[in-house]
Design a binder for this molecule. Structure first.
Ligand SMILES: NC(=O)C1=CN([C@@H]2O[C@H](COP(=O)(O)OP(=O)(O)OC[C@H]3O[C@@H](n4cnc5c(N)ncnc54)[C@H](OP(=O)(O)O)[C@@H]3O)[C@@H](O)[C@H]2O)[C@@H](O)CC1
Ligand SMILES: [K+]
Length: 467
């Protein structure tokens, strides 16, 4: 599990480390790691044109000390301060001593740009002087962000105004939440973590976590010799309508590949479902988890209410989410998993969709708290929040996954994992992970059908089991 921490926790761990280290040691470690990463990105350090964008704080200090190291190896290093009156004095002296120079303007050409404008001390969108420098980054020059792309909120990934788009982010001591959550994650490029010797215990509880392949085998159900279809769990799928029969087929497809022993379908599209998947049971009956919502069409609160009245885990998606009553969910004894996209989340919260898109972390936390449910917020980075532990950020997927029906497959898959006995947050995050992995494999750089995602799930499952 890749874990990310709040600025408050990172600062606490840094204070603890600074108390036992000589002054400036942490910054030197950070600068050494940054310089090594920059050197690795350049075909040749000697003679390379390196431009440092330097903010007023320690983030700028890191950039200057790293620039000094590159200058000592023969790079032509130019530092451009956002505010010439506020530049890290030690860093500036080191750069000058190494032969680097200071400039008021961003040079037209660069082999590498180092963004040291703002790190974890940044508040709000970039101020005009810093924004002006960010806008003048020479087109095509690779950009390395120091600690995080300037303009990205370290705790939320939110971007309020101008921000730097990095190809690589070199972050120090621990991942920051904003590096995992969009839109910040999308601006960070490839994120590299430099160990500066922070004590993991001093970092406290992570604010966010991203699953990795190696986490999946411990989460996914594995049938034993004595398992039968009932002990492996039966998942009921309430989905589809005359208008959207395909949603039923796709939700069942996801459910069949999610590890439950059997899938029970309830709805008008049973002929379509059986034609495609004769393994499906049809009609109401006992289940270990319900999936309600894909393709129901219209306001179908009644179907959701019927499932929610049963003391088993219930996943509510799509049309089932309309008009959900928080009081009903909060009164439930079994877990509830809601799987909205941004538009559905906005409707549940009564806010514009743009607010959810720009503040995804806040939105998923608010939904989980308000509804007393585990919430999987779909999107470019899918988030899962259970209202208690770190928010899970899904690292797999492909933009091709933004295709009709892919959410139906995800709901079936997550519901199946619920029926197999996984806690709701694990079911949701494991499903999102496998779904994204399957989509990446199936798309392979070309447009993707939702049914191909479902078909690729067994290969994704095998791949992580072998990890
Ligand atoms: N602590 C450690 O042990 C280590 C820390 N390390 C490094 O230090 C970094 C944190 O340094 P930091 O605390 O100096 O903050 P930093 O990110 O440079 O920015 C603060 C400055 O920016 C300004 N400013 C704020 N918002 C702004 C905006 N929107 N637009 C423009 N300006 C804005 C703000 O101005 P003020 O509000 O004071 O007027 C203040 O001057 C961290 O990310 C890592 O890189 C590493 O070396 C490892 C060891
Ligand atoms: K930065």
């Amino acid at each position: 599990m890749r874990t990310a921490y709040s600025v408050e926790n990172v600062r606490a761990a840094e204070r603890a480390a600074m108390a036992r280290l000589p002054e400036g040691a942490l910054m030197q470690r950070a600068a050494a790691g940054l310089a090594a990463a920059c050197a690795g990105l350049l075909p040749r350090v000697y003679g390379a044109r390196v431009v440092l964008l330097v903010g007023p704080g320690d983030n700028g200090g890191d950039a200057l000390y790293a620039g000094a190291r590159l200058a000592r190896r023969g790079a032509a290093v130019t530092a451009v301060p956002a505010d010439p009156g506020r530049v890290h004095p030690g860093g500036l002296a080191a750069l000058r001593a190494a032969g680097g120079r200071l400039s008021a303007a961003v040079p037209d050409r660069a082999d590498l740009v180092v963004d040291g404008l703002l790190g974890i001390g940044g508040q709000g969108g970039l101020r005009p002087a810093a924004a002006a420098l960010a806008e003048r980054i020479p087109p095509g020059a690779p950009v390395v962000a120091v600690d995080l792309p300037s303009g990205v909120d370290a705790d939320t990934g939110e971007v309020a105004g101008a921000a730097v788009r990095a190809d690589t982010t070199v972050t120090f001591g621990a991942y920051k939440t904003g590096l995992l959550v969009d839109p910040g994650a999308a601006l960070a490029g490839e994120v590299r973590l430099v160990d500066i010797g922070l004590d993991p215990a001093a970092l406290g509880t992570p604010a966010a976590a991203a699953l990795e392949d190696a986490d999946l085998p411990t989460l996914l159900p594995r049938p034993g010799a004595a398992s039968d279809k009932y002990s492996r769990g039966v998942v009921g799928v309430v989905a589809g309508s005359a208008q959207y029969p395909g949603a039923a087929v796709l939700a069942v497809a996801g459910a069949l590949r999610g590890g439950a022993g059997a899938v029970r379908y309830v709805g008008p599209a049973h002929e379509e479902v059986l034609a495609r998947y004769p393994e499906t049971l049809v009609g109401r009956g006992r289940v270990q988890a319900w999936v309600v919502g894909p393709g129901l069409g219209g306001d179908r609160a009644a179907e959701a209410a019927q499932a929610l009245a049963e003391p088993v885990p219930v996943l509510v998606d799509a049309d089932g989410l309309r008009g959900l009553d928080p009081a009903v969910l909060r009164a439930r004894t079994a877990p509830t998993l809601l799987t909205p996209h941004a538009g559905e989340a906005a409707a549940l919260l009564g806010v514009p969709r743009a607010d959810v898109e720009s503040g995804r972390l806040a939105a998923v936390r608010e939904l989980a708290g308000r509804f007393g449910a585990v919430v999987l917020l779909k999107g470019s980075t899918t988030l899962v929040c259970d209202g208690r532990g770190p928010v899970r950020v899904n690292p797999t997927g492909t933009p091709w996954l933004a295709t009709a029906g892919s959410g139906d497959v995800l709901s079936g898959l997550a519901g199946s994992l619920l029926a197999a006995g996984l806690p709701a947050a694990d079911a949701a995050s494991a499903a999102a992970y496998l779904h994204g992995l399957a989509a990446g494999r199936a798309a392979a750089g070309a447009p993707l059908l939702a049914q191909e995602v479902a078909a690729a799930l067994p290969a994704a499952w095998r791949a992580v089991q072998g990890s």
